[in-house]
Design a binder for this molecule. Structure first.
Ligand code: ATP
Ligand code: MG
Length: 501
C-alpha cells in the first residue's frame, strides 16, 4: 500500500494561558485524502490546537508544516489564503448581511474594468459553489433569517470556495438535522476524494467511526494516541479519552413519578406549525420530547416558556392557570428553559463565570435591599462548578475563555440556580463529552427525585430511552403520540415521528 503523503504536520505544540497549560507537547499528522478525527473531553485542548494552527492563538512552542514547509499563519485569513480553512464551533458571521456577502467578504468579485463590486458575479459564483456541493440556499437571504444549520452550510461552502486543501470542522453537526448530517458527510466524502485532508472534531462517537480514517485522542492538553479508525472500537476511544473505563452510559433510574403537575391544553403557536398540543407532566418525572427536526419540539418549549407567540392554549401548574407571557413571568412561575442555541444566545462573553452563573438568580444573593452578598454568589457558583464538574481555572475567568462544552455547563448552572420546579431542556447534552453527559443525566434524575418535572427535548433517541419515563413524539407541529420509555422501541418512535410529515 502506498503511504498517502502528509499534508499537515504539527509537532511539539505547547500553549499556556494564565492558570492553564492548554496544550502540552501535542502532535498531529494529517494525510491527504483522509478524514482525521480529533477527540477528547470538554477542555482537552482540541479547539485550542486548531486555533494555534490558524494563528488565532500564538503557540508557545512547536512547529507546523504544510506540504513539508514550515508555516506560521498570522491569522485565519492568512491560513485561508494558503488553503487551510476552518468551520468554527462558534459561527462567526455577519448576520445582518446576506449569504453571498458572507461568502466573499474581503475578496468581493469586481466588475470588469470598474472598481465596483459586481453583485451579479457574486451571485453567480455563489450559486456555482452551492451547486457543486448540492446546497439549496438563496445567496440573497439575510444570514440572521436562516436557521443555524444553513448558516453552517454557508460556512462550509466558503471554505470550499477558497479551494482549501485542509479543512477543519469543529463540531459541525451539533446543530444539524439528520438529513443535513447526511448531506455534510457526502460533502466531506467528496472533499476526501478530491484529495483534501479533513480534521473533524466531534463528541458523537458513531459519526467518528463512520466518517474518519484515523483518530487522534487528546486528554488534559496532552497527546494520547493516534489510531486507525477501522481497528479501534468506541470503548477503546472512550477509555483513551477519559483515562478510565466507563461502564454505564446512563445512571440507574430510581426516580418516582408522582402526582399530576403540569397540564398543557391545546397549545397552538402564532408563527410556527405548532398546533393543538395537549399533554400532562407529573412531579418527579423525566418527560422526553422526540421528533424529527422541524417537528415543533423547540417551538413547544418556547411556547410554554412564553418566548414565542401563543395563538391559543392554556397552561396549568398544580391545577392553577399560569399565563407565562414572557420569560420573566415564566421564571416567577417556577419554569426554567435551557435553549438549544445557548452559545449564541445565552452567554455574556466578557463577564466571568460567577456573573454568568448568577445573573438569573440575583435576588437570592441580596444583602439588605441593594447589596449583593459576594460570599453567597461565590458559593452558588462553586456549587455549579462542582455539580457539573465545570473545567475552569477559577470563578473569575471570563466565560469566553472556557471550552465550548464548559461554557454550556455554566449556562446550565445559571438555570439551576433559579431553583425551578419545571425544567425545559432543549438538547441538554449537545456538545458535551461522553463523561460529562453522564453527569448531566445524573443531575436530571436528581432533579426529578426532588419532585421536579424535567422535560427534555433530544435528537438522540438512546438518550431519551435511557433517562425518560415517558416520551412525547411530535410530528409536523402536532403531538403524534405518547409512549412509555421502558416499553417502547426506536422503531415505534420513528413511526410516530413520521405520522404527519
Ligand atoms: N483564551 C483563553 N484563555 C484562557 N484559557 C483558555 C483560552 N482558550 C482556551 N482556554 C483553556 O484551554 C483549555 C482547552 O480548551 P479548548 O477550547 O481547546 O477545549 P476543547 O477540547 O475544544 O473542548 P470542547 O469539547 O468543550 O469544545 C480549557 O481549559 C480552556 O479553558
Ligand atoms: Mg472546542
Amino acid at each position: 500500500m502506498s503511504e498517502k503523503n502528509v499534508l499537515l504536520k504539527m509537532e511539539h505544540i505547547s500553549k499556556s494561558f494564565p492558570g492553564v497549560k492548554a496544550l502540552d507537547d501535542v502532535q498531529l499528522e494529517l494525510k491527504a485524502g483522509t478524514v482525521h478525527a480529533l477527540m477528547g473531553e470538554n477542555g482537552a485542548g482540541k479547539s485550542t490546537l486548531m486555533k494555534c494552527l490558524f494563528g488565532i492563538y500564538h503557540k508557545d512552542e512547536g512547529k507546523i508544516f504544510l506540504d513539508g514547509k514550515e508555516v506560521n499563519f498570522k491569522d485565519s485569513k492568512d491560513a485561508l489564503e494558503h488553503g487551510v480553512a476552518m468551520v468554527h464551533q462558534e459561527l462567526n458571521q455577519a448576520l445582518k448581511r446576506n449569504v453571498m456577502d458572507n461568502m466573499w467578504l474581503g475578496r468581493f468579485p469586481m466588475m470588469d474594468k470598474l472598481p465596483v463590486v459586481s453583485e451579479k458575479k457574486m451571485y453567480e459564483q455563489t450559486m456555482e459553489v452551492f451547486k457543486d456541493l448540492g446546497i439549496n440556499v438563496n445567496p440573497k437571504t439575510i444570514m440572521s433569517e436562516m436557521p443555524v444549520s444553513q448558516r453552517q452550510m454557508v460556512e462550509i461552502a466558503k471554505a470550499v470556495s477558497y479551494n482549501a486543501k485542509v479543512i477543519v470542522f469543529d463540531e459541525p453537526t451539533s446543530s444539524l438535522t439528520e438529513v443535513e448530517v447526511e448531506h455534510l458527510f457526502k460533502i466531506i466524502n467528496d472533499l476526501r476524494n478530491r484529495g483534501c485532508g479533513i480534521i473533524y472534531i466531534s463528541h458523537k462517537m458513531d459519526e467518528i467511526l463512520r466518517i474518519s480514517d484515523e483518530v487522534t485522542i487528546m486528554r488534559d492538553g496532552k497527546y494520547i494516541a493516534t489510531k486507525d479508525s477501522k481497528n479501534v472500537t468506541m470503548n477503546e476511544i472512550i477509555k483513551l479519552m477519559v483515562g478510565r473505563e466507563i461502564t454505564n452510559v446512563y445512571p440507574p433510574k430510581d426516580n418516582v413519578v408522582g402526582d399530576k403537575y403540569l397540564e398543557v391544553k391545546n397549545l397552538s403557536a402564532e408563527y410556527s406549525k405548532l398546533e393543538d398540543v395537549s399533554f400532562t407532566g407529573y412531579r418527579g418525572e423525566v418527560l422526553g420530547v422526540a421528533g424529527l427536526d422541524g417537528a415543533g419540539r423547540t417551538e413547544l418549549l418556547e411556547n410554554i416558556f412564553g418566548i414565542a407567540t401563543r395563538r391559543s392554549g392554556e397552561i396549568y401548574v398544580d391545577g392553577k392557570r399560569v399565563l407565562n407571557r414572557n420569560s420573566r413571568e415564566s421564571i416567577k412561575n417556577g419554569f426554567a428553559m435551557l435553549t438549544e442555541e445557548r452559545r449564541a444566545t445565552g452567554i455574556f462573553g466578557v463577564r466571568d463565570i460567577q456573573a454568568n452563573s448568577t445573573v438569573s438568580s440575583l435576588e437570592r444573593y441580596l444583602k439588605g435591599k441593594f447589596m449583593l452578598d459576594d460570599k453567597k454568589m461565590s458559593e452558588a457558583t462553586q456549587w455549579g462548578i462542582d455539580t457539573l464538574k465545570t473545567k475552569t481555572p477559577n470563578q473569575k475567568t471570563q466565560i469566553k475563555n472556557l471550552s465550548g462544552g464548559n461554557q454550556q455547563k455554566v449556562i446550565i448552572t445559571r438555570w439551576l440556580l433559579t431553583n425551578p420546579s419545571i425544567l425545559l431542556l432543549d438538547e441538554p447534552t449537545r456538545g458535551i463529552d461522553v463523561g460529562a453527559k453522564y453527569e448531566i443525566y445524573e443531575l436530571i434524575l436528581k432533579l426529578a427525585k426532588e419532585g421536579k418535572l424535567v422535560i427534555v427535548v433530544s435528537s438522540e433517541m438512546p438518550e431519551l430511552l435511557g433517562i425518560c419515563d415517558r416520551i412525547l413524539v411530535m410530528s409536523g407541529g402536532k403531538l403524534a403520540g405518547e409512549v412509555d420509555a421502558r416499553k417502547t422501541s426506536q422503531e415505534e418512535i420513528m413511526t410516530l415521528a413520521a405520522k404527519y410529515v
